[in-house]
Design a protein around this ligand. Structure first.
Ligand SMILES: [Zn+2]
Length: 100
């Protein structure tokens, strides 16, 4: 048993939590009050954003987000360059090396 360094937010039972976990945690709760403590702490902005997308399968990816214009331009430039390379490769495949 470790020396307690925190307490349950509901019943004040002394609890040990790793210091790194205490930094991240929004609350400390014993196992019995875990659900109640989560209800009291509420939903964070990140959690709200995730919930806004919905819980259905396939709705947790990009459906709720918009691509930025700069990332659109970046992807387009790569695709343009790739298509040029593909055309050059296709041409060089048509003419076998010994005929050039
Ligand atoms: Zn408790």
């Amino acid at each position: 048993m470790r020396t307690p360094n925190s307490a349950c937010v509901v019943c004040s039972t002394p609890l040990y939590r790793r210091p790194a976990d205490l930094v991240r945690a929004r609350h400390v709760a014993c196992m019995a009050h875990r659900g109640e403590a989560q209800r009291l702490s509420g939903v964070t902005e990140a959690q709200r954003a995730g919930l806004a997308l919905g819980r259905e399968k396939g709705t947790n990816h990009r459906s709720g987000y918009q691509h930025r214009e700069e990332s659109r331009a970046f992807t387009a430039s790569i695709q343009r360059r790739f298509s040029v390379i593909r055309r050059i490769e296709a041409f060089s495949l048509e003419t076998p090396p010994f005929h050039r």
